[in-house]
Design a protein around this ligand. Structure first.
Ligand SMILES: Nc1nc2c(c(=O)[nH]1)N[C@H]1C(S)=C(S)[C@@H](COP(=O)(O)OP(=O)(O)OC[C@H]3O[C@@H](n4cnc5c(=O)[nH]c(N)nc54)[C@H](O)[C@@H]3O)O[C@H]1N2
Ligand SMILES: Nc1nc2c(c(=O)[nH]1)N[C@H]1C(S)=C(S)[C@@H](COP(=O)(O)OP(=O)(O)OC[C@H]3O[C@@H](n4cnc5c(=O)[nH]c(N)nc54)[C@H](O)[C@@H]3O)O[C@H]1N2
Ligand code: SF4
Ligand SMILES: [Mo]
Length: 748
């Protein structure tokens, strides 16, 4: 069932109309350029079919007319002269940046021939299909891999440390994924009578105002704050939100799990937990209580650097607030033991009775089972035996949950060593591993990517990765140039094509063409719109009908576990091994992981490597999002770049003075693996022992050819990070390293 738009929300306008001499088209945003959210947009085109401006769609309940600067700057991206205009084939050596224009037909023929050659020699698994964080891509890249016969659908970030750890662990522990309830499932939003205002929002390692990550529109937090929600913020930085919090917990990076366990301990020992919910719906409360008792507040304060009284205040405020929501983010994934950290947070909101209650934790579901970014089951395309060859699945069984991705360390190892089997082909679509996604970018990643026999990159721009590794580069369309679907949680809407740019094609159309070549019987679709109609069969509408209708919301019901709606068998309870919330996880136990949450120090830290800490006396967190760019994108978009022209490392003024650094100086950030340079910004928002560096920088204005690769190794902290994951195969230390800093001298 879908929610009928309420009469007062009946859309006043059709999907397309004329306004003076412009045509207005209603639809959703989404990648590219990259963004997780897919807000409602109005795209304005002129008589010549040129996109002239973008406005927020005030009739879309998701963003209610609001837009960030990146959508506002969209026309500049679409018509940027440096965009890839047509397919290219490499004519020089790898890294020479010499290309020749080819036709789409030649590109497709070459790709088909080369991939099939590799398949004949090594088996289909020898070709890896990798995406970055891009969104509607998930629904079209995995089917491409599978129709070719390869189970190796990849994402080249260490320990898949973005979203995947939280998603996989949540699925195993709860049978679902959860996010804070800001009434986003209801079209009448804050007026909906079923919804309740969260009394407290626990904002944990997530700065949604800038990031709008994973479908959560950051300004909802401001909306609920205006209505009275109080904040507890767990962040090493005094962010805009932290500055407005009831309690700000300035945590030492990488110690989140200890804090969560400490809060659990306070809540249990003070009897502040929800006894009824725990008794009825949770498995292993006693064991959790015993584990949490190992984290008394004094010890947790020592680990996390947070004063004891603040931990106590936060635990009490959170436990007594009804309802309380947790809005969590990337910082949980980017600790090496991200799985137990997730486990601790899941336990925290469950023992306080906030699961699937109004104003608590929403269960996220894909609208109308569209599997729009969660890939299909590979065994629908290939034998179980072939599917089981997915890299890392055997060693890391938790990978059966989440996105059906390969385990990344295992994948990179296979590329470098041919073990367990060689990876000779690569399809890289919406990802720029050398600048952004991958670790050891200048050494092992560069070698791994250049080591394949045939590599295709599909992107909007010529990136450092494309220059280094591609044999063929295909130009992808931005969102106003494509017909596609937006469907990450909450609601489904069409992305509507309004303009074209040179020969760029949408990922949907590119992949469909190849899917048809590899497995024609599975892809009888005339075009991408037909393919999408097939994918949204549960909605019972065609692509064109949904386009007319505008945003479609599935019906949301609270307390599904009470009503038999949380399990496929229709029984009450949760879709987990025990049928309950797994405070103690039988599943983890069955795959030799600790069944209870725990804390482990980051690999390098003042505690785990005191000697190294003498040499590198600062804690380095990386990659906090900012408004003007999405990862390594937007560096060539003048209007946005002007607002942040250089990579920035944030440093406390005391620390800067100690190391002879002034505001605006170029600074080396260095550890035992290497160094990168960024510009110093002095700020009181951080602890003097913590610095925060940008990620994802390259410089489109610099030399493209090797060894420069648009200068991408100059300012990239990922060259200082090893390929290293947690015990489960998930998690990495991207936000908790050690470093030292010093001024860049002279011409360096
Ligand atoms: N140090 C550090 N490193 C990090 C992080 C961090 O916090 N710290 N964050 C990590 C995280 S969470 C993630 S998700 C990864 C992200 O890593 P990636 O997703 O690889 O991000 P980008 O490097 O921006 O690569 C995206 C590329 O896709 C292209 N693109 C955009 N839209 C489209 C489209 O629709 N179609 C096609 N074909 N191409 C498109 C862009 O031009 C760009 O070159 O980075 C990770 N790297
Ligand atoms: N504008 C923009 N938006 C984006 C992206 C982008 O590149 N640009 N990337 C997208 C992607 S792929 C993702 S995954 C999301 C991520 O978005 P978020 O989940 O918001 O993650 P970050 O912005 O990396 O970090 C959030 C906060 O965590 C804090 N932090 C740093 N280290 C720690 C720590 O160890 N513990 C805790 N508790 N906090 C810490 C930082 O100071 C920061 O304020 O954003 C998405 N949205
Ligand atoms: S969150 Fe911002 S960039 Fe993303 S779709 Fe919405 S307005 Fe555009
Ligand atoms: Mo991400």
């Amino acid at each position: 069932m879908y929610t009928e738009n309420k009469p007062d929300q009946e859309l006043n306008q059709p999907w397309r109309w004329e306004e003076e001499d412009l045509t207005v088209t209603r639809g959703s945003a989404w990648s590219g350029p990259g963004c997780h959210n897919g807000c409602g947009v109005l795209l304005y085109t002129d008589k010549g079919g040129k996109l002239v401006k973008v406005e927020g769609d005030t009739e879309n309940p998701f963003n209610e007319g609001r837009l960030c600067m990146r959508c506002l700057a969209l026309p500049e991206v679409v018509y940027h002269e440096e965009r890839l205009k047509w397919p290219l084939k490499r004519v020089g050596g790898k890294g020479e940046n010499k290309w020749e224009r080819i036709s789409w037909d030649e590109a497709f023929d070459t790709i088909e021939t080369e991939f099939n050659k590799l398949k004949a020699q090594y088996g289909a698994e020898t070709v890896m299909f990798a995406q970055g964080t891009g969104r509607d891509i998930g629904a079209v890249i995995a089917p491409l891999a599978y129709s070719f016969g390869s189970p190796n659908y990849a994402y080249l970030l260490s320990g898949s440390a973005c979203y995947c750890p939280r998603l996989a662990a949540s699925q195993a522990l709860l049978g679902t994924f959860c996010t804070a309830d800001c009434s986003q499932y209801f079209t009448d939003r804050y007026d909906n009578p079923q919804w309740q205002l969260p009394e407290v929002i626990l904002n944990w390692g997530n700065y949604a105002l800038a990031s709008n990550g994973d479908g959560f529109f950051g300004h909802w937090l401001v909306d609920v704050m205006k209505q009275g929600s109080k904040l507890i913020v767990v962040d090493p930085k005094l962010t805009w939100l932290a500055a407005r919090a009831e309690v700000w917990l300035q945590i030492r990076p990488g110690t989140d799990s200890a804090l969560a366990l400490g809060m659990i301990n306070v809540i249990i020992s003070e009897g502040l937990y929800d006894k009824e919910f725990v008794e009825k719906w949770c498995n292993g409360f006693e064991q959790l209580a015993a584990r949490a008792a190992e984290y008394p507040v004094k010890r947790v304060s020592e680990i996390t650097w947070i004063p004891e009284e603040k931990i106590l205040a936060a635990a009490r405020l959170y436990a007594t607030a009804k309802p309380a929501a947790t809005q969590w983010g990337l910082a949980i994934d980017m600790t090496k033991e991200a799985i137990p950290a997730t486990h601790a947070l899941v336990a925290l909101w469950n023992i306080t009775g906030n699961m699937d209650v109004p104003g608590g934790m929403l269960n996220c579901t894909q609208p109308f089972n569209t599997s729009l970014w969660i890939p299909p089951d590979p065994t629908e395309f290939m034998s179980e035996e072939q599917a089981a060859k997915r890299l890392g699945l055997a060693e890391y069984p938790l990978f059966q949950y989440g996105f059906a991705l390969t385990q990344t360390e295992t994948t990179i190892q296979a590329m470098l060593t041919d073990k367990p089997y060689p990876i000779k082909g690569a399809w890289l679509q919406t990802t720029n591993p050398l600048s952004c996604t991958s670790m050891e970018s200048d050494t092992s990643t560069l070698k791994a990517l250049q080591g394949v026999d045939f590599c295709v990159v599909v992107d909007l721009f010529m990136t450092p990765t494309a220059v280094a590794a591609a044999d063929i580069v295909l130009p992808a369309a931005t969102y106003p140039e494509k017909n596609s679907l937006r469907g990450l949680w909450y609601y489904l809407q069409t992305i509507n094509k309004v303009c074209e740019y040179e020969e760029a094609r949408s990922d949907v159309e590119i992949n469909l063409e190849l899917c048809k070549r590899f497995m024609p019987e599975r892809f009888p679709f005339k075009d991408g719109m037909e393919w999408m109609t097939y994918r949204m069969k549960d909605l019972g509408m065609t692509f064109e009908e949904l386009r007319e209708r505008g945003p479609a919301y599935p019906e949301y019901q609270y307390k599904k576990h009470e009503k038999g709606l949380a399990r496929p068998d229709g029984q009450p309870g949760f879709n987990t091994m025990s049928g309950k919330v797994e405070l103690y996880s039988k599943f983890f136990e069955s795959i030799n992981l600790d069944p209870l949450p725990y804390f482990e120090e980051p690999t390098n830290s003042p505690v785990s490597t005191p000697d190294l800490y003498q040499q590198y006396p600062l804690i380095l967190t990386t990659g906090a999002r900012y408004y003007t760019s999405f990862h390594s994108e937007h560096r060539q978009v003048e209007r946005l770049r002007a607002l942040k022209p250089d990579p920035i490392v944030q440093i406390h003024p005391e620390t800067a003075t100690k190391f002879g650094i002034n505001e605006g100086d170029w600074v080396w950030i260095e550890n035992e693996m290497g160094r990168c340079k960024q510009k110093a910004k002095l700020t009181l928002a951080l602890d003097p022992k913590v610095v925060s560096a940008d990620h994802g920088w390259w410089f489109p204005e610099k030399e493209a050819a090797a060894p420069s690769y648009f200068g991408t190794f100059e300012s990239n902290p990922n060259i200082m990070m090893p390929w290293e994951c947690g015990r489960s195969g998930f998690g990495s230390n991207c936000k908790s390293l050690l470093c030292k800093i010093y001024k860049v001298e002279g011409e360096e």
